[in-house]
Design a protein around this ligand. Structure first.
Ligand code: ZN
Length: 600
């Protein structure tokens, strides 16, 4: 944008252009932008006001009263609002910036950046709460923004000034339940903090961002940095300070120090935290920022059996998907080609073992490959929860893998339901962890999808399938395993619903799945049905009265005895051979645990 563009915009704002010459407008806006470094939109507003003082207010016409809003309800730019918020963080404006205050405010529903260019407004202080009235929502890039890009602008203009009044503490924490999928080594265990008064920042490489390397090496503390991923919303980073870390792990700071002193290694402390936290659900009260969530209070879900309510919810979901499928709104895993968050998609082993196709939505080398799920979802990461049944090394001892069988294996619609997750010495710690698992053991595996397609050296047959490049293998209890499974069934039903409801052209991934795997997912519907019946409490299961999986596409030949093949028929003219050899410990790593060995 040039001065001339700004002048165009100012002229378009003015109702009577004759009062002022183009040169004057350009001189005025150039002075503000170039000499005084006022941001262009402010400069445009200022010059417009100079020549149209009565009619113009920036953005929208201000209404008589602000509406008191929760931050979570603010979704539009150019809206005049009033908010009651806590200042979570105060940031330093960049040198030479016209910004005079910037930081982060939050309430119980969300957080938002605030900014002002005025010198005259009161300074907001971190940790204090304010009632802010007559502020306007703003975005930097009008053409391309989402809700997260909306800022709250505190204004001080000729005809409107934001009022800022300090009030009693505003509750800015939000309570939510999420699963912890990984504990980060950097930021967890024994950490060092700056010992300068009132600083307390975590030291990075031994130094404080503001105070440099402390003489005493800093103060030890106990903390956790963990990532949660519910498979639907954006993965969250959770920061636990000492109290929350002790609460979450049942391990005291003193015990963590003891572990450190006997092993001289923070790795051992982190490993202990992982054992206690990864794979578990936590209910946290936390205040949020774009950098993560600061946990005030935490309850770890110890796991319990599936309740009657859980079972009835699943049954209801199943019935509604079959009766009247509609494309679920906002169902991230099934929509279009846009960029998406890399959640770990919940998938049953019975479905994942059918995967033998991947795709990328971009030519960029760094773009992820997505495994194409037969129900029409995409996954660059998945999560499977079940029982670790076998651990084995490959022939030349370079790779160790784990077979996981989940509850979908109880379905008569599949021979078995098993996935494989393995690694080599490039992740020696994880490889050792896999080797140490004493099967059988309940585990939750989170990892990248790995779709392979190669020729068998011995008989020249084509070997296709998918396994998991594990990031985290968490040992869990039955309660957690059951909770994961209930969640996985709901997510799978959502994909099935989209698959059943979508017409060609509606959902790119469903089209891809139908083209590759075929239209018939009745086997997977039967798997879901049987798994719901299996997981329901014994006295509830008979009453659920779940209808059978429908015969989805009469054109697809099927013996329809309720024990159809694990792979869809009719795709690419290949015969599926579900009764492939049982995996054995000495196979090629990529074949280990694979169910699908298609020959063409
Ligand atoms: Zn410091």
């Amino acid at each position: 944008m040039t001065v001339s563009d700004y002048a165009d915009e100012i002229e378009s704002n003015l109702t009577d252009e004759d009062d002022v010459s183009r040169d004057e407008i350009e001189d005025d806006v150039s002075e503000l932008v170039n000499q005084y470094q006022v941001p262009p939109d402010e400069a445009i507003n200022t010059v417009t006001r100079r020549y149209q003082p009565d009619d113009f207010t920036p953005g929208v016409q201000r209404s008589g009263e602000d509406t008191l809003k929760d931050l979570g309800d603010i979704t539009e730019a150019d809206e005049w609002v009033s908010v009651k918020v806590n200042v979570i963080q105060e940031w330093e404006p960049f040198d030479d910036s016209p910004v005079t205050q910037v930081g982060l405010i939050g309430d119980a529903t969300g957080s938002m950046k605030y900014v002002t260019f005025s010198d005259n407004l009161p300074q907001l202080e971190e940790g204090k709460s304010y009632h802010i009235q007559s502020a306007v929502t703003d975005v930097e890039d009008e053409d391309d923004y989402d809700v997260d890009d909306i800022d709250l602008k505190l204004v001080d203009t000729d005809n409107v000034t934001t009022t800022i009044e300090e009030i009693d503490d505003v509750e800015d924490t939000k309570t939510f339940t999420v699963p912890i999928v990984s504990v980060k080594e950097d930021g967890s265990g024994l950490v060092k903090r700056c010992s300068e008064d009132d600083c307390n920042k975590r030291l990075k490489d031994g130094g404080c961002r503001d105070h440099g390397t402390p003489d005493d090496g800093g103060e030890s503390d106990f903390a956790i940095k963990a990532v949660s991923d519910d498979g639907v919303t954006e993965p969250k980073t959770l920061y636990f300070g000492r109290d929350a870390a002790e609460e979450a792990t049942g391990m005291t700071f003193g015990e963590a120090e003891d572990i450190f002193q006997t092993s001289y290694s923070n790795e051992r402390v982190v490993s202990e935290i992982r054992d206690r936290l990864e794979g578990n659900y936590v209910t946290v009260s936390a205040s949020g920022s774009p950098y993560g969530w600061y946990v005030d209070d935490v309850d770890v879900y110890e796991g319990e059996e599936v309740t009657e309510d859980d079972a009835r919810d699943l049954a209801e979901h199943y019935r509604s998907v079959l009766d009247d499928p509609e494309i679920p709104e906002g169902s991230a895993p099934v929509t279009s080609d846009g960029p998406r968050r890399q959640n770990a998609v919940r998938v049953l082993a019975a479905e994942y073992q059918q995967v033998d196709e991947q795709f990328s939505v971009s030519d960029d080398d760094r773009a992820p490959n997505f495994a194409l799920l037969p129900t029409g979802g995409r996954a660059s990461r998945v999560m499977v929860s079940g029982t670790a049944t076998e651990v084995g090394d490959n022939e030349d001892d370079t790779y160790t893998s784990l077979s996981v069988v989940d509850l979908s294996s109880h379905s008569e619609a599949v021979e078995e339901a098993k996935v494989s997750a393995g690694t080599g010495d490039w992740d020696a710690a994880l490889r050792n962890q896999i080797r140490d698992i004493e099967t059988p053991e309940f585990v939750t595996v989170v990892g990248g999808t790995n779709v392979f397609d190669f020729e068998d050296e011995e008989d020249g047959s084509r070997v296709r399938g998918a396994n998991i490049d594990p990031e985290v293998i968490a040992e869990v209890g039955t309660g957690q395993r059951d909770k994961w499974t209930v969640e996985t069934l709901h997510r799978t039903l959502e994909r099935i619903e989209a698959f059943l409801a979508a017409e060609e052209g509606d959902l790119a991934d469903v089209d891809r799945a139908k083209n590759h795997y075929g239209d018939d997912i009745s086997d997977l519907i039967a798997v879901v049905r049987d798994t719901i019946e299996h997981i329901a409490p014994a006295d509830v299961a008979p009453d659920l009265d779940l209808p059978d999986a429908p015969d989805i596409d009469a054109a697809v030949e099927s013996d329809d005895t309720g024990s159809s093949d694990a792979t869809a028929d009719g795709s690419e003219g290949t015969d599926s051979d579900v009764d492939a050899d049982e995996p054995s410990d000495d196979k090629d790593p990529e074949q280990f645990g694979q169910e699908i060995a298609e020959t063409s």
